[in-house]
Design a protein around this ligand. Structure first.
Ligand SMILES: Cc1cc2nc3c(=O)[nH]c(=O)nc-3n(C[C@H](O)[C@H](O)[C@H](O)COP(=O)(O)OP(=O)(O)OC[C@H]3O[C@@H](n4cnc5c(N)ncnc54)[C@H](O)[C@@H]3O)c2cc1C
Length: 241
């Protein structure tokens, strides 16, 4: 894999021995850090040829052990593929490499009055590739849906090195890939939907004290675009800092 960084020393691969589920740890055989889709493809072909298991990794913030290495396998870290390829304010989309941090998408879209809705609490660190693999959610997903509802197109490389696109004309197989935890293919490019930033933001309190049916009613009202007065919950005045 020309131009591709490969880590094999114990002290170099140690940071990759677990993800957010730190109770489980395993040192990998090596860590590969590609910088392009061609390098991802080359690496996967090589590993498939030699029967070496591959575990993709974004920021390693997952809490389910999905990015934990296998003893005889390599970790394919997408952390160096962090280019924001394009922000299109007219189409309201952004095209990204998989290692772009979730929050960086909204930061790049902000000058156009747009943002990316799915906002996991880990958004300062987690990557869009990891979000796609985990179908991640966040507070805004109550109104705007999960990652699967906000991704327009995904480009990925299968474990034997074939490049494919999900969401392009033809069969729409996005939902097969999104949430598949890196089992089907390595995400190499993602196009996401951007939405206009709200003109006003308010703090809502006591949501946890609502019954399930009240939460559902509230969610439906939000999705229908109801005003604050329609919502059956109390809204705290914004605190002056
Ligand atoms: C403090 C904290 C708060 C969190 N809050 C939330 C939350 O609000 N909502 C939520 O949904 N999650 C949350 N999480 C979990 C985690 O941040 C998300 O699942 C996130 O999407 C993982 O992204 P990552 O880049 O860290 O992926 P990683 O942890 O590196 O990997 C996660 C999975 O995706 C696979 N993967 C990574 N990159 C790729 C790729 N390019 N192609 C294919 N597969 C890939 C990995 O193999 C693994 O199975 C939180 C975690 C922490 C630590």
């Amino acid at each position: 894999m020309p131009g591709c960084t490969l880590l094999t020393d114990k002290e170099d691969v140690a940071p990759y021995e677990c993800d957010g589920l730190a109770a489980y740890r395993q040192l990998p055989l090596g860590v590969v850090l590609p910088e392009s889709e061609a390098q991802v493809q080359g690496g996967l072909r090589l590993c498939a040829h030699h029967g070496i298991p591959v575990v993709p990794r974004g920021a390693g913030s997952g809490l389910s052990g999905g990015a934990m290495p296998l003893r005889e396998g390599v970790v394919l870290s997408l952390a160096r593929m962090r280019k924001i390829i394009n922000v299109d304010p007219y189409a309201r989309t952004a095209t990204l490499q998989p290692g772009v941090r979730n929050l960086a998408i909204s930061e790049a879209a902000s000058p156009y009055g747009l943002y990316y809705a799915p906002d996991p609490s880990s958004q300062i660190a987690c990557t869009i590739g990891g979000n796609v693999a985990e179908n991640s959610d966040g507070v805004h997903c109550l109104k705007y849906g999960l990652t699967v509802n906000n991704v327009v197109r995904v480009r990925a490389v299968t474990m034997d090195g074939e490049i494919c696109e999900f969401g392009s004309p033809g069969l729409d197989l996005r939902a097969v890939l999104i949430g598949s935890e890196g089992m089907f293919a390595i995400v190499t490019e993602v196009t996401v939907r951007l939405i206009p930033k709200p003109q006003v933001a308010q703090v809502v309190r006591r949501v946890s004290m609502m019954s399930k049916s009240e939460v559902r009613l509230w969610q439906r009202s939000l999705q229908a675009g109801s005003s604050r007065r329609d919502l059956k919950c109390s809204i705290a005045p914004q605190r002056k800092l």
